[in-house]
Write a protein that binds this ligand. Structure first.
Ligand code: ADP
Ligand code: MG
Length: 449
């Protein structure tokens, strides 16, 4: 019994033996086997409704029939044609969008020249310029904080790009907070020489820029290492610039001695932009992307997207995509569609689920296959429960659909897991921290797109 079709024919026969002809004909009509491997059998049925019924009424018995036919248990994954179509459509659309927006800015293009200054970011911008021009040594360290999508990374890269142009000999390093951690963990695992090399690399810098420093919160050995790096650079009067999504005092599990050091220099916040700045940003981004905005449309978007500059940029990109793909004009109607897309973050449920699986598995050093498997070891089971909880929190999906993701688990199992995580978070701070951190990572992964 080797081909997928043979397996399915045998299973189909047994379905007919097990159920009334009406049930078998109605619910399994048009079902087509897709692929089979040692773990999964993928079956496609015509409609969403059929899929739901099979999952809710026949799943257990169907599993048993499969096992009896092939001799070992296998996960049955059911797709509906409707859903396949939808996925295909979305996938094509995403490819199109990516194509159109590909020439969006890379980090090298983040400069002071294309950073638009308004009341909400002018202190941060001025401080960054001063640091880039070495006109101020009391801003050390410079600590910039503010919400997501407000230009922290842009400013940090602008410093780097400006220094590189004016002062090519300067040793300047830009990196993300979690990269510092990853490098350090790697260095430690490779022994003394690697660790020494790691130290040297940081201690002989002229300027160190760390983006999203909040990620070192809770990581003790990283903080310890960073403490020494910080002191060496600081004593050598080398500039340090840090960004974070919150001020030092709100970075939980940051060692006190680091917190106070972060507060030694200048702390500048970035607030959401006011309406004039939002309009200026929209016009600038539209110009860069070749989209013709009327003042009416710019105003319309600016009134609706208030908190995040990345979203403003996103809206212009969406508009451009609509103009090119759907041949619409730039007007209030298409602007509204673009805004809606941006607000729903254009994250499809499958994308979000993928992201959760990826972040949970990497956080706990497991594979996605482990997570979705039937394995019951304590660490895998608990990571799996967290993943279920996060998917439930973040995506608009039913418990049964979540069960599907994890190899066709029953919706009551999913409910139990979700409730368990929810309850335990109340009493177990370390679990709560894990969940929050992963949630943060999932969101951050979304923002990189
Ligand atoms: P953060 O790091 O604070 O989350 P980013 O620096 O990644 O935000 O900014 C998000 C996007 O918005 C980037 O593409 C950036 O170029 C753009 N952006 C943010 N602030 C400004 C600004 N003041 N002028 C122009 N573009 C901006
Ligand atoms: Mg950033």
């Amino acid at each position: 019994m080797n081909s997928v079709q043979n397996v399915w024919d045998a299973v189909y026969q047994k379905i007919h033996d097990a159920y009334s002809p009406t049930a078998a004909n109605t619910w399994f009509a048009g079902a087509q086997p897709l692929v089979m491997n040692s773990k999964q059998f993928k079956l496609q049925v015509p409609s969403d409704f059929q899929k739901e019924i099979i999952l809710s009424r026949f799943y257990e018995q169907l599993s048993a029939i499969f096992e009896s036919v092939i001799g070992f248990p296998i996960e049955i994954v059911i797709f509906s044609e409707e859903e396949q179509e939808e996925r295909k459509r979305i996938a094509e659309r995403i490819v199109d969008y990516t194509d159109i927006t590909r020439h969006s800015l890379s980090q090298d293009d983040y400069t002071f020249e294309n950073f638009i200054v308004g009341g909400s970011n002018k202190l941060a911008e001025a401080a960054c310029r001063a640091v880039a021009n070495h006109t101020e040594d009391s801003f050390n360290p410079l600590f910039i904080y503010g919400g997501s999508g407000l230009g922290k990374t842009h400013l940090l890269c602008a410093i780097r790009n400006s220094v590189r142009t004016k002062n090519p000999g300067m040793k300047i390093l830009y990196l993300k907070g979690d990269d510092f951690t990853n490098e350090m963990v790697e260095a430690i695992s490779q022994g003394v020489a690697a660790r020494r090399a790691f130290r040297e690399k940081y201690r002989y810098l002229d300027m160190l820029l760390i983006d999203d420093i909040q990620f070192i919160g809770g990581k003790e050995s990283t903080q310890e290492e960073f403490f020494h790096t910080f002191n060496t650079l600081y004593e050598g009067k080398k500039q340090i610039v840090l960004t974070s999504d919150r001020p030092p005092k709100e970075i939980k599990t940051l060692e006190e001695r680091l917190r106070t050091r972060f507060e030694w220099g200048l702390i500048a916040d970035i607030q959401p932009p006011d309406v004039e700045t939002r309009i200026a940003i929209l016009n600038r981004k539209a110009q860069d992307l070749g989209v013709e905005l009327t003042p009416e449309v710019a105003d319309f978007i600016a009134q609706r997207l208030k908190k995040n500059i990345r979203q403003l940029e996103g809206a212009i990109k969406k508009l451009k995509a609509l103009v090119i793909l759907d041949h619409v004009e730039v007007n209030l109607t298409s602007a509204q569609t673009a805004i809606r897309d941006v607000l729903s973050d254009n994250v499809t449920v499958p994308m979000l689920i993928d992201r959760v699986l990826k972040e949970v598995s990497s956080y706990f050093s497991l594979t996605i296959d482990d997570l979705c498997s039937k394995k019951r070891s304590a660490d895998i089971a608990s990571a799996r429960q967290i993943a279920m909880y996060l998917i439930r929190e973040m995506a608009d999906v039913s418990l049964a659909q979540i069960g599907d993701v994890f190899g066709g688990r029953d919706h009551t199992t999913v409910l139990h897991s979700v409730n368990k995580v929810e309850d335990e978070m109340e009493t177990n701070p370390s679990l709560k921290r894990d969940v929050e951190e992963i949630l943060h990572n999932v969101k951050a992964a979304g923002e990189e797109n």
